[in-house]
Structure formats: structure tokens, C-alpha cells
Design a protein around this ligand. Sequence first.
Ligand code: GN1
Ligand code: MG
Length: 356
Amino acid sequence: METLSIAKQFALAARPVAVKPLGEGFINDTFVVESDGGPRYLLQRKNHNVFPDVPAMMDNIVAVTEHIKAKVTDPMRETLSVVPAKDGKPYYRDPDGNYWAVCLFIEGTRTFDKADSAELARQGGIGIGRFQALLSDFDRPLAEVIKGFHDIRWRFVQWDASLAADKAGRVKDLKEEISWIESRRDRMLGFWKMVEDGELPRSVTHNDTKLSNILFDAKSGKVLCAIDLDTVMSSTALNDVGDAIRSYANKTFEDDPDYSAVGIDLEIYAAWMAGYLSERKDSLSEKEKEWLAFAPLYITYEQVLRFLMDYIDGDTYYKIKYPEHNLVRTRSQYALLQSMEAEYPEMQRIVKDLLG
Ligand code: GN1
Ligand code: MG
């Protein structure tokens, strides 16, 4: 079905007149909808392959955004506003079985792909800290939209199955890359065990905190809100920290094929942490504080595993731009992981200093 006809299925304030593609998401397809004299909207085709239960995911998003709206001073700008379909549902399912959702386009904002200043990173940290803090008293159950999303024990179940199936016949050429995963298995399971045992608490988390998922006010440069709420679920707050650092504090982009350009930028790391802790310092437990600096290693490791696993599976999850893309992503993120491992003592020291 044509995107303009899709847009017409939603309860927009004015007649939609144009639909244009936006950005290059790895997962969903995103469009901007212009309406006749009315506001602009974001239209997304939600990836049904990645999100098996889109209605449950949209229920999560509606619940979480309503909770935030009730607390902030500018509810239309400080979180997403889901626009229902004409039948009242927060999504539309087209005759081909694709799921679509619409939210208001928040005007006067911008996003970034790379943290080019410490201040930007600090603002990003404030954004995620605030997001978590606003939801700290959210007590309704949330659907687990992707099973075991940041659960490394579950990722190993998938990983072992992928290796055994070797669907694309690539395993034989990946001995070294596979050893990167295997040699750290126990350490990563050890971290996750603290979540399983409740030593690290679960709360509402965003789970996809990369820089491009944060909206900034175009004028003031201040953080406005976290977007891309597809993966909002219950997890450890540390995962949001880890994924943000993985994205913000990389000296280069996530899939840079020049692995020598990859590495953790400690100034950006410190700035993000400073912003985050300005919102969360008093509400984190001692255990969470103790493991804060490890979170980026955990999530970056998981990302190496996920990219490599998708390459082994024959590239079925992430959109790719060229045949070896997932392998390049794997190696590039591995270079980042190694850099974090080398800097881990310094990363710990920075957190300690910030906590005072
Ligand atoms: C995906 O949805 P998007 O493009 O922001 C992925 C994240 C990865 C990220 C890597 C649902 O994020 O987990 O960290 O790509 N989202 C999902 O860039 O798998
Ligand atoms: Mg996403």
C-alpha cells in the first residue's frame, strides 16, 4: 500500500498531502507526513520480523509516554505523542500485514549521529538520566517486546544455535571473530547473573540509547527527550548507560571500516556520565554505581555478538548496505571493545571521581 494512503488511516488533525522518507534506520522505515495546514507527523513501518508483537509494543509506548506527559512542563515536546489510527488503535495493519504507527513530528529539534562536543554528550546523559528518573515510579507491567534483548544468557542460546546451524556457511572463515566472543563468555554471564539474582535492580529502561535516538532543541542545544521507544522494557538501568557510551564515546562511527580510527573517547565518556549522574546520582544503588563503568563493555560485547551472529545467519536482522557490512560492524565494534578494555581502569576512576 502506498504511504500516503497509509497516512490517511490515522486520525490526523488535517488531510495528509505528502510523505517523504526520513533517515536510515537499521530496523524500521520512517517517513515524514505533511498535512494540509496542520502539523507534520512521523510515520513508521514497524519491522514485524524484529518486533513479533507490534500491538504490545505500541501499548508499551503509549503507557510510557502518557506517564511522562503527566509529569513534564511541556508534554508535547518532552516526549513522543502517539497518534492513533482512525479505529482508535495505536497502529494500523495494512492488507499486506505490515504494521504502521504515527506520532507527532516535534518541530524545532535536531538529532546527531556523532557526539562532537563534551557538552552534547553531557546533554545526552541528562536525557537518559531524566528518562529513567521520570519512569522510576512507573509500576504497570511492560511487555517484553524482544525476548532477552540485553540478556546475554539468552543471546548465547541464540548464538549457539546460529553456530550449529551455520545457515550461510560462514562459520569456517570466522574462527578469530568467534574466539572474541567465546573468550569473554564467562565474564559477561557473570555480570548478567547479578541482574538475574536481583543484585542489580530492574526498572523501566529505554534499551536503545544511541545518540541518534535523542532529540535536542535546535535553538538552545539542550536535550529534549528520548525517542525511538520501541524497546522500552524492564531491564537494568546500566544497559542504557552502556549502550549510550558505546555510541557517544566512540571516536568514529559504529561501522567504520578503518578499525584504527576506533576507540573510546574518555572526555566524551566523562561528560556523558556527568550528565547522567546529575539526574541519577542519588537514586542509583551502591551496586549499580560499582558496575557503571563496566556497562559499556557489556553492551559493546553484546553488540559484537549480535552483528556477528547476524552475519553468520546470513544477514536477516539488520539492514545492510553491502555484503560484508555485518562483518565490518563486528570488527569495528570489537576494536571499540578492546579499547574499552584497555581503558577500563580509567573509566572506573572517572566514575569514582564523579560520585565523589
Ligand atoms: C538498532 O533501532 P535502531 O536503529 O536505533 C538496534 C539496537 C542496536 C542498533 C545498532 C531493536 O537500533 O539494538 O544497538 O541498531 N535495535 C533493535 O546501531 O535491535
Ligand atoms: Mg530502534
